[in-house]
Design a protein around this ligand. Sequence first.
Ligand SMILES: [Zn+2]
Length: 120
Amino acid sequence: MPFSYERARRELLEELSKLQEQLERLEAAEYESVGYSNHIADDATDAFEQAVGVALQRKIEATLDEVKRALAKFEDGTYGLCEACGARIDRARLEVLPYAEYCLDCQSRQEHGGMRTVSR
Ligand SMILES: [Zn+2]
């Protein structure tokens, strides 16, 4: 199937429900482990698992945020445009990363710490 914005949108919607599901499952698991650690206060494994869970949760939440922002851009008609320079993001890039916010140039400039965006 060739890449299209419509396909990207579908993928983003799938990603959205997948991430929300993961988050719910994680929250349920965390709730349980908190209950356990009240009984076994010095369980290091439990604390470790909880820390991993929190880190994972943050990562999922951050991705979820990006996916939501990308979906909102379909409403604005700005999907596929670089947030920094306004250039059209390469389709090959969007195919790999449908919620990409920057074109390759701006992204690599950011990763090298040269640029800060104000739009957030
Ligand atoms: Zn750019």
